[in-house]
Write a protein that binds this ligand. Structure first.
Ligand code: TSX
Ligand code: MN
Length: 601
């Protein structure tokens, strides 16, 4: 077994083993053999079902406890010394009190289980933008998923050497076993979930849940909540953004990063097939971007992840063929449905559902039964390297230079198809007021407007007002000509009858083409009170047959609509109190002035 020579790590592992009292300790080497033995272990335990090898080689189906199906924001805590540091968007607990409480929960919590030590790198091993985490967990499901989602193993320990520069991530499903107690397929502690972050000491402690973002601690917990604090302190950006590469027919290249709230199709955009002839789009990442300034003054991004942990329902050959092609082998499917021939299915995967299935709750299912076969938050875990449109440089340790950043949301009205920010500061303003209308999937009234600044509301590890200030500082300290241009986009504008005005999906490449040509200084735009909009001529709509009225609405500046929205933006801003940067208040006032001047004409 892999040996731990790092003294800080060895001491921590010894201490945690003494606290959690597992039956054994396994240090992960990251090998294929380790992955295979771990999946077999779970097949034997009844946690995994091996899928039909002829249809989906080396892939597994898994159902969670119905009480453990999603991230639990109400039990997610930022444990900074001062409550004010966590800000109004986070749950806060005193770090000493939380540690004491967690100590009680972790005492003996791994009885009857193996303690796994997972050394992992977020980002290509050895990249100057990458960071190392060590996750201690009692969940083999977590080990398998971390194998896909991060770079795991001995090579990480080699890079770490004797440094103590790693994020300690402690995780337990919180269900110790008595000597003769049989395990369950999905152990968890449904009534005792704690997802806790200690930004000052760069630690993560998670108890009670085995699911996704609660348990795969490299993702939301490290790469966003803890990394956002590191980024603030070290002068870089840790963002909830996809990264894509766009290549023109003349082989010119621009890289774009984009932030969207949930249910806007971020993964679909990250790997879409463009409809504009001759243009190519390739994927660098679908969820997280870490960005640092290079020596040339440009902002370089890496995808810290190595896989996709995507929402399965709605993923089809129509909405995202490249995701489905990625999923052809070596993948884990959680809370999907099982077909009679040993494959998986979910709502929206095919036009016609199969005649019979076993659903995510282990019950027989038919199309007529009136229930969903897959949980709406069912997930696939799949290696990024298998994506047919993964960019060859997706693991380049230098990262890729970002030319443009997109912000967006799901808006039936008011917000045009695309708007270019007038400046970095105006772009930060647009990011800070990002909003999306609720879909049926989440709690709250359908159609209700929810602000989700930079799509970071659940993921910023410190005060959101300070986060806005950090974004402004990044811009102020940079060469403005080398900063990415910022855009606000909306694929979801509707007609008064409720029909989508924009075809979306691959046709979003038409908007990206305009963005690309703006970056190249070639495309036209008109300055309006809300920013620079494409002219109808500047948007390549050839072959679309889009009614002229649609184009007019999509590119219309709804002055009255924007004016009507100002009170809601003001209320949003008031929630950040004195830590809201004055520059953003100024942007809001300037916007109001420009809108009112437009009304007077
Ligand atoms: O992912 C989406 N994107 C981004 C794709 C690159 N979706 C799926 C919903 C989010 C999970 C979209 N839905 C997009 C979109 O751009 N646009 C829409 C709205 C829409 C839905 C269906 C149609 C058109 C627009 N259908 C037809 O026009 C036939
Ligand atoms: Mn995400």
């Amino acid at each position: 077994m892999t040996e731990i020579r790092n003294r800080t790590l060895a001491t921590w592992v010894k201490d945690m083993a003494a606290l959690c009292t597992p039956d054994s300790v396994h240090v992960c080497d990251g090998s294929q053999q380790e992955y295979d033995s771990m999946t077999q272990l779970m097949v034997d335990a009844g946690t995994f079902i091996r899928l039909n090898d002829a249809l989906r080689p080396n892939s597994f189906f898994c159902r969670s406890d119905p009480a453990d199906v999603a991230r639990v924001e109400e039990f997610t805590f930022i444990c900074s010394k001062k409550q004010a540091e966590a800000g109004p968007t986070n749950n806060w607990r005193d770090p000493d009190e939380m540690r004491q409480h967690l100590n009680g929960l972790f005492r003996g919590c791994m009885c009857g289980r193996t303690l796994f030590v997972i050394p992992y790198s977020m980002g290509p091993i050895g990249s100057h933008i990458s960071k190392i985490g060590i996750e201690i967990t009692d969940s083999p499901y977590v080990v398998c998923n971390m194998h896909i989602m991060t770079r795991v193993g001995t090579a990480v320990l080699d890079v770490l050497g004797d440094s103590s520069d790693f994020v300690k991530c402690l995780h337990s499903v919180g269900m110790p076993l008595e000597p003769s107690q049989a395990d369950v397929p999905w152990p968890c502690n449904a009534n005792n979930k704690y997802i806790t972050h200690f930004p000052e000491t760069r630690e993560i402690i998670s108890f009670g849940s085995g699911y996704g973002g609660n348990a795969l601690l490299g993702k939301k917990c490290f790469s966003l909540r803890i990394a956002s604090v590191l980024a603030r302190d070290e002068g870089w950006l840790a963002e909830h953004m996809l990264i894509l590469k766009m290549t023109s027919p003349k082989s010119e290249v621009h890289y774009v990063a984009a932030a969207f709230p949930s249910a806007c199709g971020k993964t679909n955009l990250a790997m879409m097939n463009p409809t504009v002839p001759g243009w190519k789009i390739e994927c660098i990442g679908d969820d997280i971007a870490w960005m640092k300034f290079g020596k040339d003054g440009r902002l370089y991004a890496i995808n810290p992840e190595a896989g996709f942990f995507g929402v399965a329902p709605g993923t089809s050959m129509q909405s995202n063929p490249n995701a489905l092609l990625t999923l052809g082998a070596n993948s884990i499917f959680t809370n999907c449905a099982l077909t009679p021939d040993g494959d998986i299915w979910w709502e929206g995967m095919t036009d016609e559902p199969p005649c019979s299935l076993v659903d995510w709750l282990r019950r027989p299912w038919t199309p007529a039964c009136g229930r969903k076969a897959a949980h709406p938050n069912a997930r696939f875990t799949t290696p990024a390297r298998q994506c047919p449109v993964i960019a060859p440089e997706w693991q380049d340790p230098k990262g890729v230079p970002i030319s443009a950043m997109l912000f967006g949301g799901r808006r039936g009205g008011v917000v045009p198809l695309a708007t270019e920010a007038l400046s970095w500061q105006h772009g930060v303003f647009l990011g800070s007021i990002m909003a999306s209308e609720k879909t049926a999937a989440a709690a709250g009234k359908v159609g209700e407007l929810r602000r989700d600044p930079f799509a970071m509301l659940p993921f910023c590890g410190y005060h959101m007002g300070d986060y806005f200030a950090h974004w402004l500082r990044i811009g102020a300290g940079a060469d403005a000509a080398k900063l990415p241009k910022i855009y606000y986009v909306n694929w979801f504008r509707r007609s008064p009858e409720g029909k989508f005005l924009w075809p979306g999906f691959g046709d979003n490449s038409r908007v990206l083409k305009w963005v690309f040509e703006r970056c190249a200084g070639k495309a036209e735009a008109v300055e309006t009170p809300i920013g620079r909009l494409p002219t109808a001529k500047a948007l390549d709509l050839t072959g679309l047959k889009l009614p002229e009225q649609n184009v007019r609405t999509l590119l219309d500046v709804d002055t009255q609509g924007w004016l009507a929205e100002l009170p809601s933006i003001r209320e949003h801003y008031d929630s950040f109190g004195a830590r809201l940067p004055a520059a953003l208040k100024t942007e809001l006032e300037t916007l109001e002035r420009r809108l009112k001047a437009a009304v007077k004409g």
